[in-house]
Design a protein around this ligand. Structure first.
Ligand code: ATP
Ligand code: LTN
Length: 336
């Protein structure tokens, strides 16, 4: 088991879709901030990514792209382990064991399963139903204490806790009961085109969403055409001025200035100047990230090295957990 005195944090993301500003402020930026305090594992969950129809070539590309974006955002591979799920033996093995104690009804009731199955129509693979069990295995394999996730993943953490408790009760105490780590103060970024709903990478209207890799000219255009509200005051009023409030939130998160400071600074200003300054702040934030991304993405050898180092560190812990679990499950020891 992990013998480090520090607590373990694990989180994972599917290598699907390009990251947007909301993912940065709501997730990746917070991961970077916990690296110093915890033993951190970041998984790129390629095995989860095949639960929906996909193209192998795109998956391969997206895995490297996701890794390069994380590195560019500041996840330092010297201080944390970044690995591809399929490189570590243990995730699917533990998922099998957990699946055997997981009630079928609980999986059928999962919101994400129901939503995604509905979208899939006739072609729902069994892997989609099993998704939460694999996610529980991702977490329990490292005996993680805390799991940084968004609100939408809370139900998956609940089932992970249930499975850990059930395993501990059925066999003997083995797993920590992991806690979700949901940042209370993280900015919630909303769509530029519909500021009542969250910015999301799968938004069918690409103008609603600033991708981390959007070139400056595109960022400028998207922010210039962001929906604003009637009136001309630049002040926060989530109910009556959701468009301006969202831009203030984005400006504040990008520049580090508080919303109150910005409100004072823009008293009497017009929307045009304000939007142009918001764009400047976002571009200034993203430019160094994009530069680093371009360097990383050119250097496949380095990316492979990061994955190798991450997989080695992850595998060490994974083997230990798996051996313990297999022993408790009653499997005879593998002859050496
Ligand atoms: P999809 O469109 O595929 O649902 P998404 O862009 O909404 O994707 P997720 O992959 O669901 O993003 O979320 C990854 C992480 O980013 C989660 O921790 C989530 O809370 C955070 N996140 C996503 N969108 C936002 C947002 N607009 N504001 C703040 N945090 C966000
Ligand atoms: N389901 C998560 C991704 C995910 C995950 C995990 C997150 C897979 N395994 C383990 C945290 C811990 C998502 O879609 N965001």
């Amino acid at each position: 088991m992990n013998t480090s005195p520090r607590k373990t944090v694990l989180t994972c993301a599917q290598p699907s879709g390009k990251l947007q500003l909301g993912n940065y402020f709501g997730a990746v930026k917070n991961w970077v901030s916990v690296i110093e305090e915890y033993d951190c594992f970041f998984g790129i969950v390629d095995q989860h990514a095949i639960t929906m129809p996909y193209s192998p070539a795109d998956l391969r590309k997206a895995t490297y792209e996701t890794l390069a974006v994380y590195l560019a955002c500041g996840l330092d591979p010297e201080k944390c382990s970044i690995f591809a799920q399929s490189h570590v033996i243990g995730h699917t093995e533990l998922a099998w064991i957990l699946g055997c104690i997981c009630p079928l009804g609980q999986l059928e009731r999962m919101t994400q399963f129901k939503d995604k199955a509905k979208r899939q129509g006739q072609n729902v693979g069994a892997g989609l139903l099993y998704y939460p069990v694999l996610m529980a295995a991702d977490i329990l394999l490292y005996n993680a204490h805390a799991v940084p996730v968004g609100e939408d993943q809370k139900q998956h953490i609940e089932i992970t806790r249930d499975l850990a408790q059930k395993f501990n009760a059925t066999y003997s105490p083995t797993f920590n009961i992991p806690e979700p780590m949901i940042p209370q103060t993280a900015a919630r970024i909303r769509s530029l085109q519909d500021p009542t709903s969250k910015m999301s990478k799968s938004d069918p209207n690409p103008n609603g969403c600033v991708y981390l890799l959007d070139p400056p000219s595109v960022i400028r255009k998207k922010i210039a055409s962001a929906v604003t509200d009637s009136g001309c005051d630049i002040c926060r009023d989530d109910e009556n001025k959701p468009g301006i409030s969202n831009l203030l939130e984005i400006y504040s998160a990008s520049s580090g200035k508080s919303v109150a400071e910005l409100e004072a600074q823009y008293q009497g200003s017009n929307y045009g100047q304000f939007k142009s300054d918001v764009a400047d702040a976002v571009i200034a934030l993203l430019e160094p990230i994009q530069q680093r991304y371009a360097e990383y993405t050119e250097n496949k050898d380095y990316l492979n090295e990061v994955l190798k180092k991450g997989a080695e560190a992850a595998q060490k812990i994974a083997y230990k957990t798996l051996a313990k679990v297999y022993r408790k499950a009653g499997f005879v020891e593998r002859p050496r």
